[in-house]
Ligand binder design. Sequence first.
Ligand SMILES: *Cc1c(COP(=O)(O)O)cnc(C)c1O
Length: 354
Amino acid sequence: MNSFLISKYKDVEPYVPGEQPRDKKYIKLNTNESPYPPSEAVQKAVSESAKSLQLYPDPACRDLRAALAGNLGLKAENVLPTNGSDEVLSLSFMAYAHDEKPAYYPDVTYGFYDVLSGLFGVKATHFALESDFTIDIKKYCGLESGLIVIANPNAPTGIAISLSEIERICKESPDCVVLIDEAYVEFGAESCAPLVTKYPNLIVSRTYSKSMSLAGARLGYAIANSDRIRELETLKYTLNPYSVNRTALAAGAAALDDIDYYRNNCRLVAQTRDMTAEKLKNLGFELTDSKTNFVFCRHKSVPANELSDKLREAGILVRHFTGVRTNDWLRISIGTQEDMLTLTDTLERILNGG
Ligand SMILES: *Cc1c(COP(=O)(O)O)cnc(C)c1O
């Protein structure tokens, strides 16, 4: 192919997002979106924001920052709103790793980390998960410099680590930046955000995409020591000072006023997850202990790609990753209770040869 790309980008591997189909209506259990819409107040704030879209947004995101900080019991200087939490990840890879300062992360984790390593020429060091997909914390202790990245809970395994384990990594690798990606923390794990006042090397990334029903608005934020926030913010201003748009800012602030609605949705999702897990076990699946809004499972006899294809024919999308260690597994997002009943009924039919 004829290319004008400069050589350092010739081999970059882009992220492959889960499919957003347009051919017909599916039950979408493939991209970990919330099955519930944003609250009424958020919808109203979004339409209200349309009236002032001729103006640039506040690049410092002062209102949202203050509101988030208040909710977290931290200061505004400890928070940085971003365009999805993916922007926290890109700014962090850009800021804290390169070809001699490695990024350390599990071999099975969020695929975007490898994409960013490729883009920024970062030396990626993959630490293998144990055979049961748990993380051996010791591997992340005593590292000299660079960026440690751990999704907690991890994706696509769903398995969480404890606060004391995170604390141990921050303490025992004090010259590394420790980035904890909490995209799914609201569904059953414990947030390490309070630790940022104690560990200047800790950065926590959070998102409105999953727990707050705002995947379409692209809103996330970093939580950290004020020095780290300033570093990330400087880079944000070099790349795209207005990365968080007016509508997202309005939606993000309004959602915080409706926090009970979202907490309740997360509780419902967690309950539905546990019910679904029970049913899948009864159908012959093995599952990891997921604390997220998805389950990660494999069937004792039917291959994952076959199940994924048959579910698709039946109008249900799930995610199948083709990595060496994930090839046998399916990641299934948690939808409404009704969606999940349809899923388990359909699987039962498929497994019975129907
Ligand atoms: C979904 C996800 C993100 C990114 O979410 P945004 O939509 O960019 O906020 C980050 N990390 C993990 C592990 C995710 O699954």
